[in-house]
Design a protein around this ligand. Structure first.
Ligand code: FES
Length: 308
């Protein structure tokens, strides 16, 4: 992966050159008809109409089948708005960061004039990546033969930077509608309860976890069921009745340290679950009805998205 930081042209001029070029359009579906049909059969094996108390979880194929994952990428991740970063990562002119969603590479950057932009991080000539990591650049230029960039729709909501990879409309500033499009009625609830631009960005850590993405989501959605068993230190230190969040330096340092420990414990749990899901001895599980309501709701929402 090569990065060049040539500053022969102003960043803004390379933005406008890229904007003149045609948009990429919606990402191409990379799943064949037969595979899609097979994945849809797997979707239908979960029945969201069964009440939580007697429901079984989605079958293990939801977590192990490559065609199912491709259907999720097509139907969930590459449709609509996706949170890709924090506004402080592109706070200043010429700030940029890169990311990857499935097999889709992207760049988020702020031009010298302050305008936010997003691009596919792949050259339209011979597919070279244009940038990696994060930092400051006044110009993105392909290290290979100097072709332009393919733009992506970008917006901000509260502290989040959002990208939409299937939108080739020409409307420029969509910040005023993104909250409704992304979160629906929850946008007001969240913004009036502290999810706003005042939330600071302290640091970013990346972890590679050998499990399906839903295993990690499920782990967060079990209503704290696993906390007393798997996170002993966290459970003993949490006083939920008097819990408060203060921007104090020591508090932040200790939180980051504690969070690292919890993360390592969760990674071990999730990787163990993934191996279990791949075992022929397991097919479906059950919910703990008094605590795993959010996990069931998540599976029902995903079922609805994949059934469209
Ligand atoms: S691969 Fe980018 S210009 Fe040739």
């Amino acid at each position: 992966m090569a990065t060049t930081a040539r500053s022969l042209a102003a960043f803004s001029s390379s933005i406008s050159a890229a904007s003149r070029a045609s948009r990429a359009g919606p990402p191409r579906a990379s799943i064949g008809a037969a595979e899609r049909e097979q994945a849809r059969r797997l979707v239908a094996e979960f029945d969201p109409a069964v009440p939580l108390s007697s429901a079984v979880t989605p079958p293990s194929g939801w977590y192990t089948d490559p065609d199912f994952l491709q259907l999720e990428l097509d139907r969930v991740f590459l449709r609509g708005w996706q949170a890709v970063g924090h506004i402080w990562q592109v706070k200043n002119p010429n700030d940029f960061f890169t990311g990857r969603l499935g097999n889709l590479e992207f760049i988020i950057c702020r031009a010298a004039n302050g305008k936010l932009h997003a691009f596919h991080n792949v050259c339209r000539h011979h597919a070279s990546l244009l940038a990696c990591g994060s930092g400051q650049k006044t110009c993105f230029q392909c290290p290979y033969h100097d072709f332009g960039l393919i733009p992506v729709k970008v917006a901000t909501w509260g502290p989040f930077v959002l990208a939409k990879f299937d939108d080739d409309s020409t409307e420029d500033n969509v910040d005023h509608i993104v909250g409704d499009e992304w979160l629906g009625s929850a946008s007001d609830l969240l913004s009036t309860n502290g999810i706003d631009t005042s939330l600071p960005h302290i640091c970013r850590r990346e972890y590679t976890i050998n499990c399906n993405w839903k295993v990690f989501c499920d782990n967060y959605l079990d209503g704290g069921y696993h906390v007393p068993y798997a996170h002993g230190a966290l459970a003993s230190g949490l006083q939920l009745q008097s819990y408060e969040t203060l921007g104090d330096h020591n508090f932040i340092g200790k939180s980051l340290k504690d969070s690292e420990q919890v993360q390592m414990e969760d990674i071990a749990l999730c990787e163990g679950v993934q191996r279990g899901l791949e075992s022929p001895a397991y097919s479906v599980g059950r919910y703990a009805p008094s605590v795993e309501m959010a996990m069931h709701h998540f599976h029902c929402l995903l079922h609805a998205n994949l059934s469209l």
